[in-house]
Each structure stands twice: as C-alpha cells, then as structure tokens.
Design a protein around this ligand. Structure first.
Ligand code: ZN
Length: 219
C-alpha cells in the first residue's frame, strides 16, 4: 500500500486550487495545517455519528443513483456531490463509482463493503453541509491569505481548505484506516489513469512542498 502523510495529501488538494500558484510556501503549509485542525475539531463534536441519519434529520434528501455506470474515459468522475438549495439540500451518491472504489480498495487489502464506502462519502458531504448550514466556509476560518500577482488585494478564500477539512472530518468520524484522498488516487492508479510511479512522483512533489513551507521553528 502506498503511504502518503496527511499534510502531503492536503498539499495535493491545495495544488488543485486556482490560488495555489500565488501562495507563499509558508502560507501553503499554514493553511493546510489550519484546515486539518478545523476538520479535526469539527469531527470531535461528531465522533461516532451516523452521517446519513444526521443529514436526513436535518432535512437533506439523499439520492442513490443506481442506473449509471463507471466511465473510465471520463476525465472527472463524480462519486458524491451535495447540492445546496434554499428549501432543502440534496446529496447524490453515484453507486457504480462507489462500488468500483470498494472493489479497488479490496484489491489493496482493505476489507471494506459498499456501505462503508458510502458512509465515508456521506461523512465528507455532511461536513460540507455543516459548513453551509453554519454559514461559514473553512476558507473563511483559515483566514486571509496573501496572493501574489493580484494588484488589488481583497480577501480571497481557499476553496481547497473545505476539501482538506472535509477529508479530515470523514477520516476521523468514520475511523477510516485510509485517508479519503488516498482512496481517490488508488482508484486512478487502478484504472490506469496514472501509473503508480506517476503517483509516487506527485506525492513526493507534494511532500517536498510541505518541507519547503515548514519553517525552522516548526522542526
Ligand atoms: Zn468535497
């Protein structure tokens, strides 16, 4: 099994953020650590929760889409998604994708069933719902960030902060033996979208960026 530290996996989320190129190395690491802390603190209040029951209790509609198939030729494949509405929110689970992920994780020696994979994704979306219903995005809490290259400086919110916190939340409340972000990469490697060497290289780049942004006082 490929092992990647949580901060490097957070860096992989941050590297997908449009604001990433303009961030100082220290700010990158600071925002990753803060996002992880926020996700963990939120999880501490919801340990042992049943994300599906809690979502339903809050009036969120959960829809399991059973009639689609896994499209290996599609660049971006959606496994789960939350839609915010003024009256009700909706979470959609793409069951073929989740079943596929379950099969991939099993080949990596993880003894997980489909319900477990669905629960991991529901916990992730539950975090987004908590952000939405609390009226506060994780990026707001991470605080203002300096972005080079923008003349008029206005507060900019890191979208990836939500993802990093949601992954941490899902991992913690479910007691997952594997970081959720890593499960996505195992699927990509298993599908041949990237080779194991390409992923190892990407993870090493992320880890090097964590090192680069870690100040000496932190060591
Ligand atoms: Zn998300």
């Amino acid at each position: 099994m490929i092992s990647v530290p949580a901060e490097a996996l957070g860096m992989l989320d941050l590297m997908e953020d449009p604001l990433f190129p303009g961030l100082d190395p220290e700010d990158r690491v600071r925002s990753i650590r803060r996002s992880i802390d926020i996700g963990r603190a939120c999880a501490a209040q919801h340990l042992g929760c049943d994300p599906e029951a809690d979502l339903v209790r809050a009036g969120v509609v959960i829809r399991r889409i059973e009639d689609d198939t896994v499209r290996l030729d599609h660049a971006s494949r959606i496994q789960a998604q939350i839609f915010y509405g003024p009256d009700a929110c909706r979470v959609e689970l793409h069951m073929a994708e989740l079943l596929h992920k379950q099969e991939v994780l099993t080949t990596y020696g993880l003894d997980v069933d489909l319900d477990w994979v669905a629960r991991l994704h529901l916990a992730h979306e539950f975090y987004h719902f908590l952000e939405f219903s609390g009226g506060r995005r994780t990026g707001d809490e991470v605080g203002p960030i300096r972005v080079r290259g923008f003349l008029r400086s206005r507060p900019r919110v890191l979208r990836s902060a939500s993802e990093i916190a949601a992954h941490t939340f899902a991992e913690t409340v479910t007691g997952s033996p594997i970081h959720p972000k890593l499960t996505d990469y195992l699927v990509l490697v298993s599908d041949g979208t990237m080779t194991e060497e390409e992923f190892a290289h990407l993870a090493a780049t992320a880890q090097a960026r964590v090192q680069e942004g870690t100040s000496h006082e932190d060591l």
